[in-house]
Design a protein around this ligand. Structure first.
Ligand SMILES: Nc1ncnc2c1ncn2[C@@H]1O[C@H](COP(=O)(O)OP(=O)(O)O)[C@@H](O)[C@H]1O
Ligand SMILES: [Mg+2]
Length: 275
């Protein structure tokens, strides 16, 4: 990315700890910079959330894993840990809830005033981006509590990307709700944030710049794609788009005939472009 030189340098370093058998992890340190995307994969119970939480809490050898997290190569100042306003990291999980029951518009205005005063135009930008992530359109008048799972996820990611000003965004298993993953990924990779996402989704896992593989509570390996997986990524994108179309039709009450599967296949192949 050519803009990188104009952005103040920011790095987050993960220093290795131990897995649940007390064995050293399969790396020394992982350095994360703005614009990087990393996926974390592994079976349930393999330590994915623990790794995300180490990053989120800026662990200093004080968690079950013994990992250390450095900011710009140093132990982060106490204010980063204690005061949310200074924290350079935002975490979105399946359980992320909005406490107040506001309308989408009220929520966004409140968030913009807190984080980006004077930039009210971000309201439309955020809602438009969210609506490219979900097939169920979100309106400004919707209640936050009335959004579906997919709408909530789409909305929170768009909000974090546009209004949230943290250089690092952590997503812990957010994909299970029918959002357009390829659009989310393209949007994430086009920005200046570093994004670390725990995922069981093949498309999201494979499109990240680095893939962290977890086992027995520790990082067992880090895979950097060499381009050999690109064909698979493109196939997965088409499968995903096709599934979304079928889901949309079912939602609208369509009954399928024996030829409709092929017709949908053609529509997908013609209408979408992937990089
Ligand atoms: N390195 C480790 N050493 C000891 N316990 C660990 C380690 N990593 C994770 N755990 C524990 O194992 C359990 C499962 O980990 P978790 O991160 O929730 O897995 P996942 O998110 O992959 O399903 C948790 O109770 C967690 O605290
Ligand atoms: Mg987990």
């Amino acid at each position: 990315m050519t803009q990188k030189s104009t952005i103040p340098e920011f790095t987050l370093t993960i220093q290795s700890g131990k897995n649940r058998f007390g064995e050293k992890e399969g790396f020394d340190c992982i350095v994360i910079r703005p614009g990087d995307t990393l996926s974390i994969v592994g079976p349930t119970g393999s330590g994915k959330s623990a790794l995300i939480n180490d990053i989120e809490t800026l662990a200093q050898g004080d968690t079950v894993t013994g990992r250390y997290i450095l900011i710009n190569g140093e132990v982060p100042p106490e204010s980063f840990v204690r005061e949310p306003a200074f924290k350079p990291i935002a975490l979105i999980t399946q359980n992320t809830r909005c406490l107040a029951d506001l309308s989408v518009e009220e929520f966004l205005i409140m968030h913009i005033r807190a984080r980006r005063p004077g930039r009210e135009y971000l309201l439309a930008e955020t809602i438009n981006l969210a609506n490219t992530f979900t097939g169920e359109e979100i309106s400004l008048k919707s209640r936050m509590s009335g959004l579906s799972g997919g709408q909530t996820r789409a909305f929170m990611i768009a909000d974090a990307l546009i209004i949230g000003d943290t250089p690092i965004l952590l997503l812990d298993e957010i994909e299970n709700a029918g959002i357009f993953k390829n659009r989310v990924m393209q949007s994430i990779q086009g920005g200046n944030k570093a994004v670390v996402l725990v995922t069981h989704d093949p498309y999201l896992a494979l499109t990240a710049d680095r893939r962290i593989v977890m086992r027995y509570g520790g990082v067992s390996s880090i895979i950097e794609p060499t381009g050999q997986e690109q064909d698979l990524v493109e196939d997965l994108a088409l499968i995903d788009e096709r599934l979304n179309k079928i889901r949309e039709k079912i939602r609208l009450g369509t009954a399928f005939s024996s030829g409709s599967s092929e017709a949908l296949m053609i529509a997908v192949g013609q209408g979408v472009t992937y990089k």
